[in-house]
Design a binder for this molecule. Structure first.
Ligand SMILES: NC(=O)c1ccc[n+]([C@@H]2O[C@H](COP(=O)([O-])OP(=O)(O)OC[C@H]3O[C@@H](n4cnc5c(N)ncnc54)[C@H](OP(=O)(O)O)[C@@H]3O)[C@@H](O)[C@H]2O)c1
Length: 279
C-alpha cells in the first residue's frame, strides 16, 4: 500500500525535510529491519533513529533491504548525552555512521541538552564542523527550550534547523513552537499521537474524526502538520502507517483547533529539558 505524496518543509540552511516520517522505536533487530524496509517501500522517506535507541544497525539494514537509493532517504540520528563534548561528538557520529552503514546522515540532532554537564554548546560547535566536512547534511537539536536554543545561536550565529520535541494536542508547547516559528526552526513532534497522555481516548478527538470520516490518529497528527510541524509516528501495522501519512486530503476547522486546544495539559506536563537528562 503506497502512501500519498508527503510535502517537504524548507529548512533554514536551504534544504528541506519531509513533513511526515516514521519513528523507529517499535521493534528491534530483524523485525525492525523488515518493518522499516516495508515502510520505505510504502513511500516513507524520513527515518528517525538515535544512538541511544540501540537500533541503528537495524535501521541501516532496513535501508539496504528496501532497495531504495540511500540518496532518497532522509536519515536522522542523534548525539547521545554520553557523546556530548569536543571530540566525543565526532566519535559518536562516526560510530552511528558505522552502525547505519552510511557515510553521512541527513540530520544530526543533540538528543537532550543535559544542562548539568554544560556540554551542549561544544557539541553544537563540533556538529557544525562535521557538517562542513560533509558527514552531516543538516544540524539540529531535540528537546531544547528557547534559552537553550539561544545559547547555541549566540555563540555561533547559527540556529538549529530543527527542534524535535514532545508534541501532541495534549502537550501543545505553544510558546516553544512560536519561538521556533519566528526563527524559522522546524518543529518535529515526537510521540505525536500523545498516547501516554491519553489523547487518543478523548471524546473531542473522536467527534472530529467521526465528522470528517478519518481516524482519531489522523486528527491528532493533522493538528500538528496543519500548524507547520513535522511528525514521526511509528507503527508496526501497515494500515495504521498508511493512515498516519494520509494527512493532506482534509483540514481541521478553526473550531476543531479551538476544541483540540482544550486538551493541552500545559508546559509543566512535558518532560522538562532543564531537569530531565538522558545519556
Ligand atoms: N527526541 C526524543 O527525545 C524522542 C523521544 C521519544 C521518541 N522519539 C521518536 O519519535 C518516534 C515516535 O514516538 P513514539 O514511538 O514514542 O510515539 P508514537 O509514534 O506517537 O506512538 C507509537 C505507538 O502508537 C501506536 N500507533 C501508531 N500509529 C497508531 C495509530 N494510527 N492508531 C493507534 N495506534 C497507533 C504504535 O503501535 P502499533 O505499532 O501497534 O501501531 C506504537 O505503540 C519514536 O519512534 C522515536 O523515533 C524521540
Amino acid at each position: 500500500m503506497t502512501i500519498p505524496a508527503i510535502p517537504q518543509l524548507p529548512l533554514l540552511d536551504g534544504g528541506s525535510i519531509p513533513q511526515v516520517g516514521t519513528g523507529t522505536l517499535i521493534a528491534k533487530g530483524n523485525e525492525l529491519a523488515d518493518t522499516l524496509a516495508q515502510a520505505i517501500g510504502e513511500g516513507f522517506r524520513l527515518l528517525d533513529t538515535a544512538a541511544q535507541y540501540a537500533n541503528e544497525g537495524a535501521v541501516g539494514e532496513a535501508i539496504r533491504r528496501s532497495g531504495v537509493d540511500r540518496a532518497e532517504i532522509f536519515l536522522t540520528t542523534k548525539i547521545a548525552g554520553m557523546d556530548q563534548g569536543r571530540g566525543h561528538t565526532r566519535h559518536g557520529l562516526t560510530d552511528s555512521l558505522r552502525r547505519l552503514a552510511t557515510d553521512y546522515v541527513d540530520l544530526l540532532l543533540i538528543h537532550w541538552p543535559n544542562p548539568s554537564r554544560g556540554l551542549a554548546l561544544e557539541t553544537w560547535q563540533e556538529m557544525l564542523d562535521l557538517q562542513a566536512e560533509g558527514l552531516v547534511r543538516h544540524v539540529g537539536v531535540s528537546n531544547f527550550l528557547p534559552q537553550q536554543l539561544t545559547e547555541l545561536h549566540d555563540a555561533t550565529g547559527v540556529w538549529p534547523v530543527a527542534n524535535q520535541i514532545q508534541l501532541s494536542p495534549a502537550l501543545a508547547r505553544t510558546e516553544l513552537r512560536a519561538f521556533c516559528r519566528e526563527r524559522g526552526i522546524v518543529v518535529e513532534g515526537w510521540s505525536p499521537l500523545g498516547q501516554k497522555e491519553g489523547t487518543m481516548e478523548q471524546l473531542v478527538v473522536k467527534k472530529i474524526a467521526d465528522r470528517i470520516g478519518v481516524t482519531k490518529g489522523q486528527v491528532i497528527l493533522r493538528w500538528a502538520v496543519q500548524q507547520g510541524c513535522v511528525v514521526i509516528p511509528a507503527s508496526k501495522n501497515p494500515e495504521r502507517r498508511h493512515a498516519n501519512a494520509d494527512l493532506f486530503g482534509f483540514e481541521l476547522t478553526d473550531q476543531d483547533m479551538t476544541d483540540l486546544a482544550t486538551l493541552d495539559l500545559g508546559e509543566h506536563a512535558a518532560w522538562d529539558p532543564n531537569t530531565h537528562e538522558e545519556w
